[in-house]
Design a binder for this molecule. Sequence first.
Ligand code: HEC
Length: 138
Amino acid sequence: MKKHCALVAAAAGSLALLSNFASAEDTTTPAVYTADQASAGAAVYAQSCAVCHGSALEGVAAPALTGDAFHEMAQAQQLTAATLLSVTAQTMPQSNPGTLTPEQYNQVTAYILQQNGYPAGPAPLTQDAPLLKDLLLK
Ligand code: HEC
């Protein structure tokens, strides 16, 4: 029993260290965006993406950005949060690539991550946030 308690204490210690980076609910997946960014991103998405990708990201004229199809694509491309951001910023909206502001691209990427169940945290999503390339989407 004593040994077990020591293990729990050690685990709690490393959780405290991690909590700078990941949300309390999910310590294995890096938290790379804030909840505020995701809610701002919902508006960006509705305005600039929903017409092709569907209002629930379900895919209409363009592929789904959530669900099995999205996860398969993410796996096939070994997509990370960083590549999701750069692909989106460079090629989307397909009708008018590069027309959003950098912060709008950050926000809409945060929204897509949120809709796919990735955790929000204290650190905002930015192009050079160090954890962005560590979040492998699957
Ligand atoms: C005019 C229609 C259109 C609009 C608007 C549009 N997309 Fe797309 N999008 C597409 C099509 C078509 C594809 C699939 C072909 C491709 O990958 O270029 C795609 C692919 C994607 C992909 C997958 C890229 C990959 O890795 O294969 C992402 C992510 C994406 N869009 C995000 C967005 C976001 C975010 C917005 C809003 C800022 C947006 N799209 C707006 C048509 C659109």
